[in-house]
Write a protein that binds this ligand. Structure first.
Ligand code: ZN
Length: 171
């Protein structure tokens, strides 16, 4: 305690004095220099230097990725173990839920196509019809008998990535 805290009656500066005394200095784990953690981040381990903050983010990302990988592995292990403990479950489930099987078969088909064509050709895998390449086309109406009716028109079709719909310019 400072001596004057009793005698002079000037006590207002005392808490400030205490505060200054109690500030904890830490050593930055990146650069090794001493720094004062911000009051709202007492367990700060990196100083505020730009480089050290970048290092902190890098370390955090690394840790996140490690944790992620760990969880993924745990998940895979769990599922494997579960399947082992419940033999025949999926076969039974698939037999009882044909629509699930069908959905999965379609999803697998899409995955195969994506694998074959690459992710940029997303559109190839979505709609039911394959996309038309951009360009000009003769367009005719075909009747139920399979015979073209009336005149043919020239249309211009622009293929827009990500959809399977042709669009008429200006339309
Ligand atoms: Zn530092």
């Amino acid at each position: 305690m400072p001596e004057n805290s009793h005698s002079a009656g000037v006590v207002t500066h005392v808490p400030y004095f205490h505060h200054m005394e109690n500030v904890m200095t830490k050593r930055c784990v990146a650069c090794g220099k001493k720094f004062e953690p911000r009051p709202q981040a007492r367990n700060q381990t990196y100083c505020s230097a730009h480089e050290c903050q970048r290092e902190r983010r890098r370390a955090w990302q690394k840790k996140e990725r490690r944790t992620d990988a760990m969880y993924r592995k745990d998940d895979a292990d769990y599922n494997k173990q579960w399947a082992k403990n419940n033999p025949g479950y999926w076969e039974k489930y698939r037999a009882e839920n044909p629509e699930y099987t069908e959905r999965n078969r379609k999803k697998q088909h899409v995955r195969n196509l994506k694998h074959r064509y690459g992710r940029n050709l997303h559109s190839k895998t979505t709609g039911s019809a394959p996309p038309l390449p951009s360009g000009r086309y003769w367009l005719t109406t075909i009747g139920p008998d399979g015979i073209a009716k009336g005149d043919a028109s020239i249309v211009e079709i622009t293929f827009i990535s990500g959809t399977t719909e042709g669009t008429i310019p200006g339309g």
